[in-house]
Design a protein. Structure first.
Length: 144
């Protein structure tokens, strides 16, 4: 959107606002978001569909109920002929049961992914380090 309309004020500082859930936005971020919505109705529709997806998984409920709500969410998107989510919906349909299991304990692999990213960063900085034990100690010190 920024490439198509570089002078559009509603798109400035929008990227990080879009990553946040609506209920976590500050007043300034809400103003930024609503300015972008005023310019682009498709963005508004996509953002609130994503919010609905988050609400499905954030509510404590049975896995079967979550799967039913996900099916309903997918059907609504397909009925509206919104194509932004096609790749995501394909993945969601292939892995619906494991994704719906998130409602049981709200556990994700975010911590593991964060640690993997940290190890990769250290490994890049330590490129050429001749001793694996030094690299291992550095990872343990930072992650501990």
């Amino acid at each position: 959107m920024r490439k198509e309309a570089p002078d559009e004020a509603g798109y400035k500082q929008l990227k990080w606002v879009l990553f946040k859930q609506y209920h976590r936005l500050t007043d300034t971020e809400l103003d930024t978001l609503h300015a972008a919505f005023a310019v682009n109705a498709e963005l508004k529709a996509a953002y609130f569909l994503r919010e609905e997806f988050h609400h499905i998984l954030d509510r404590p409920q049975a896995v079967e109920a979550a799967m039913g709500l996900l099916d309903h969410w997918i059907a609504r998107i397909q009925a509206q002929k919104i194509t932004f989510f096609d790749a995501f919906i394909g993945t969601l349909q292939r892995h619906k049961k494991p994704i719906a299991n998130y409602v049981l304990e709200n556990v994700s692999n975010a911590v593991t992914e964060g640690l993997n990213n940290l190890v990769r960063s250290i490994r890049r900085c330590a490129f050429g380090m001749p001793n694996f034990q030094h690299l291992r100690l550095r990872v343990m010190a930072i992650s501990g």
